[in-house]
Design a protein around this ligand. Structure first.
Ligand code: G3H
Ligand code: 13P
Ligand code: ZN
Length: 327
């Protein structure tokens, strides 16, 4: 069942965070749905209520154009039928104004992110406000971004510019955006921190204090970049250097400070890369796309279960279902 992030955020605010996971292809979609239902090996495994979780399925502009946006939509519609117990939102990740409008008109997305964070403050407000207006007319909610994360984001390479708490309050009030992605020291990709750098919880606290009570914040660039996965990739021919990620025990701490949505893409790519590299290394005569795919889907499902446990979302699915029925 596709639901709005608005309801999910009401349920989780201050207690746990919802995982927002990017997908690009079928195998990622299957692993993601299975993981969020606690099914590992097959689609027909019984759902495990002890670990099942609501989730946000994110689609970036790159994912939409990788093959054709209609393929992803079709995969998700099929997953909705195959996994009717799932409760999830479909979200555009880092949209431009034009792509936001396309998603709003599609009737398929439950939320969009307008990312005009690279624009000057007033221009960011102007663009975000336009998107909010169009989205709200259709009952779709909007995430916006203020400040800049580091790393590579679509075609933009950025230096970190932390979100200014006073500007955050003004931005939310003037744009009417439903959630705000804040720059608190994280970056996209595999290299997030240098030396003693880390997540700026002091800044997060200041931002939360200045926003209306219960206002949902979003943490981008939240992958943990586990050394174990980096080592597996490098042992199978990869060349990942100087990696660092967000410690997973930060997720719940951030959730308690108003972060309702935690974006994870890189970690999923690392699971994918480790499995595919190992599979072809270990079976050099093999050329069947299904061989690594069959290993990846359960591995990704297990990884999602692990992530949801770290987010505090594991085991919340039935509670959320009841909450939605009462709303
Ligand atoms: O924020 C960036 C996300 O990780 C999406 O990455 O644009 O390469 O799909 P992508
Ligand atoms: P990671 O690169 O840390 O996974 O961040 C993903 C993200 O923020 C997607 O919007
Ligand atoms: Zn992001």
């Amino acid at each position: 069942m596709r639901v709005s992030t608005k309801e999910l955020f009401k349920h989780c605010y201050g207690k746990y965070a919802i995982g927002a996971y990017n997908i690009n292809n079928l195998e990622q979609a299957v692993g993601l749905f299975r993981g969020n239902l606690g099914k590992i090996k097959t689609n027909t495994d019984p759902t495990d209520p002890a670990v099942s979780a609501p989730f946000i399925l994110q689609i970036s502009r790159g994912a939409r154009s990788y093959t054709d946006k209609r393929f992803l939509e079709a995969i998700i519609r099929a997953a909705e039928q195959i996994f009717p117990e799932a409760i999830f939102a479909v979200h555009l990740d880092h949209g431009t104004e034009e792509v936001c409008y396309d998603c709003i008109e599609s009737g398929f997305y439950t939320s969009v992110m307008i990312d005009a964070s690279h624009e000057p403050f007033e221009k960011n407000i102007e663009i975000t406000r336009r998107v909010v207006q169009r989205a709200h007319e259709k009952g779709i909610v909007v995430e916006a971004e203020l400040g800049q994360l580091g790393g590579v984001e679509e075609d933009i390479k950025a230096d970190v510019k932390l979100t200014d708490p006073d500007q955050a309050a003004e931005f939310v009030e003037r744009t009417g955006c439903d959630s705000l992605a804040v720059a608190i020291g994280t970056s996209h990709g595999v290299a997030k921190f240098k030396g003693a750098q880390g997540v700026r919880f002091d800044r997060l606290e200041e931002i939360q204090k200045r926003l209306p009570p219960g206002y949902p914040l979003v943490m981008h660039g939240a992958s943990a970049v586990p050394q174990e996965l980096v080592d597996r990739i490098n042992a199978a021919g990869g060349a990942l250097k100087e990696t660092s990620g967000v410690p997973e025990d930060h997720y719940l701490k951030a959730a308690q400070m108003g972060v309702c949505k935690i974006n994870i893409d890189t970690d999923g790519r690392l699971v994918w890369c480790a499995v595919y590299r190992e599979s072809f290394r270990d079976n050099p005569a093999d050329f069947d796309p299904r061989t690594p795919g069959k290993i990846f889907m359960p591995a990704y499902a297990e990884y999602i279960i692990h992530k949801n446990k770290m987010l505090g979302a594991a085991g919340k699915l039935e509670e959320v279902r009841q909450f939605l029925q009462q709303a």
